[in-house]
Design a protein around this ligand. Structure first.
Ligand code: ATR
Length: 288
């Protein structure tokens, strides 16, 4: 990598940030296309978020990805939001347009592209069981409803957060999709599972080998598609789903596609998705 006087800086802010895979595939893409850009991780303490955003302007950083725990909090420091970021209420990408900071959400489109292009799953008319009610669940539920699913069943350990997400969705999609709450304790019950076309784990549970296994896929019908957003390892849910012969995928493609969309916002060039994937594979990241 060659840094010059003209090199444009992009990066990611989060806390912690050292686990981020984004520098690997963004820098591989810049190099492949011969773009004079560099992608760097910034570890930002939560109390420094406002200062960090001022630094983006002051240092003329061209673009910033935003990750945990800042996706919602960052909004109050931005000048403008895309319609998606505004309705979801979370930003994962900032573009510095001549000092104006514009917030985008590419998680939504990144998820749906990964599901349809890599997973070859068409969500239209389908019944979905979604586990989780954090930032990822917000983006994924918007993506699925816009893609035309028939029914969304939402379950989460903390009931109040699931209900909050459902009432948020009702404001935007009252008649577009059937929206149901499911008690967390009933998530593995046969009468629920046998009607699921697509299951999505939108929690971070499964990142660590000793995490609890929240869903037992053996009661899903044979045509259920299992999507787990965890991307650092093959989770127990995925392993069990595979063993049963169900179609399934992990979260690495969502990571790649949301990154590819950020890349396109910053560079105005088509992202080389295959190069990005190859870079991750070479680092030993599992692409399922
Ligand atoms: P993100 O923005 O990345 O989605 P988050 O807002 O912290 O992260 O949300 C994490 C999700 O994982 C939440 O749905 C959380 O459930 P709670 O709302 O009950 O906290 C879920 N989660 C985390 N650890 C969990 C566990 N051990 N069992 C069940 N759900 C868990």
């Amino acid at each position: 990598m060659k840094i010059t006087g003209r090199t444009k800086v992009v990066g990611v802010i989060g806390h912690p940030i050292s686990h981020s895979l984004s520098p690997i595939f963004h820098n591989a893409a810049f190099e492949y296309l011969g773009l004079d850009f560099v992608y760097v991780p910034f570890s930002v303490r939560p109390e420094e978020l406002k200062t960090a955003l001022r630094a983006v302007r002051a240092l003329n950083i061209v673009g910033i990805n935003v990750t945990v725990p800042f996706k919602e909090k960052v909004i109050s420091y931005l000048d403008e939001l895309s319609p998606e970021a505004s309705s979801i209420g979370a930003v994962n990408t900032i573009s510095n347009e001549d000092g104006k900071l514009v917030g985008y959400n590419t998680d939504e489109e990144g998820f749906i592209r990964s599901l349809t292009r890599e997973g070859k799953f068409d969500p239209e008319g389908k019944s979905v069981l979604l586990l989780g009610a954090g930032g990822a669940a917000y983006a994924i539920s918007f993506a699925l409803i816009k893609a035309g699913i028939k029914k969304l069943v939402l379950t989460n350990r903390t009931e109040e957060k699931a209900r909050r997400l459902l009432s948020h969705l009702r404001k935007f999609f009252k008649d577009k999709c059937e929206l149901c709450f499911l008690e967390f304790s009933r998530r593995n019950s046969p009468e629920v599972m046998r009607k699921v076309d697509l299951f999505v784990n939108a929690t971070s549970v499964g990142m660590r080998p000793d995490d609890p296994v929240l869903i037992k896929p053996h009661l899903f019908p044979q045509n259920t598609f299992v999507y787990d957003i965890v991307y650092n390892r093959e989770t127990e849910i995925l392993r069990a789903a595979k063993k049963r012969g169900l179609s399934c995928m992990g979260g690495l493609d969502m990571l790649i596609y949301q990154g590819a969309l950020s890349f396109e916002i910053w560079t105005h060039q088509r992202a080389p998705v295959e190069i990005m994937r190859k870079a991750l594979k070479e680092k030993g990241c599992c692409v399922i």
